[in-house]
Design a protein around this ligand. Structure first.
Ligand code: SF4
Length: 261
């Protein structure tokens, strides 16, 4: 039995190659534009820094450190934010200040919210991975809480200005993948999944069903097959909102930008 398993593992690694690793970031990059996936995960190109990415990273890192250190004061949270501030991608000091202040306001309101919340934080930046057929599903969950009734709540922080409507939250793939990870890799069955929209200080909960998880697995399988076949055609309908629009060789938004000059 053990010999058989070792034989299969050796066959998988040395004959079929390493298992493909998938995550929500990879899937969403592929669904946005297969060539964007190739740029990031095959050519290993870094996404160019911009103020929104830097603000998001700063807030995520500040909350991670603050909660890991069992912070309880607003001053601690703001000092952690200062320490974790990512100073990249800003056009000038005014823009840096404007984004810094935006983040400080979000964290101040978040702190007020957290004082009222009756839940225990049991994990932050919790990693999961498990094998699903020919690939491995990985993810990092921003936060897992235990509610007063003993049930779990998985929370993902969002720092963008847009507040999604409930129907989008009810069907969003990211939380469905987290529900798969929590159930199959972390052995917890949370009853609630939530996005915390920090720009609005609003926690928006939702649920996931078995049917949604099965549908997500089908989607992952389809994407993994296309990646294995190296189907990386550009989806130029997305160029205008792509991080690589100025450098990608297929970008149609770059042509528009240079014509406008
Ligand atoms: S610029 Fe357009 S074609 Fe290039 S990666 Fe982005 S979306 Fe795809």
């Amino acid at each position: 039995m053990i010999f058989e398993r070792i034989k299969n593992l050796v066959k998988t690694i040395f004959i079929k190659g390493p298992l493909l690793e998938l995550s929500y970031s990879k899937i969403s990059a592929y669904l946005f534009c297969p060539f964007k996936y190739k740029l990031i995960y095959v050519y290993k190109q870094k996404v160019p820094p911009n103020p929104y990415i830097s603000l998001g990273l700063s807030i995520h890192r500040a909350l991670e450190e603050y909660h890991k250190n069992k912070g309880s004061q607003l001053q601690e949270l703001i000092e952690t934010y200062d320490h974790e501030w990512v100073n990249e991608g800003f056009q000038n000091p005014q823009q840096t200040f404007q984004f810094y202040e935006k983040g400080k306001r979000m964290l101040t309101e978040y702190f007020e919210f957290s004082l009222q919340r009756k839940a225990e934080i049991v994990a932050v930046e919790k990693e999961f991975q498990y094998r699903v057929g020919p690939y491995i599903l990985r993810g990092i969950i921003d936060r897992i809480d235990r509610l007063p009734d003993g049930a779990y709540e998985i929370i993902d922080y969002k720092t963008h200005a847009e507040l999604w409507d409930q129907s989008r939250i009810d069907s969003d793939l990211q939380l469905t993948l987290y529900s798969l990870g929590a159930k199959n890799a972390l052995n917890i069955e949370p009853v609630t999944f939530s996005y915390f929209f920090l720009a609005h200080n609003k926690l928006m909960p939702t649920q996931r069903t078995k049917a949604q998880r099965q549908e997500a697995l089908k989607q992952l399988k389809n994407v993994s097959i296309k990646i294995k076949k190296q189907e990386f055609s550009p989806n130029t309908a997305q160029c205008h909102k792509c991080d690589f629009k100025q450098s990608c060789k297929y970008s149609t938004a770059k042509a528009i930008a240079s014509n406008a000059k």
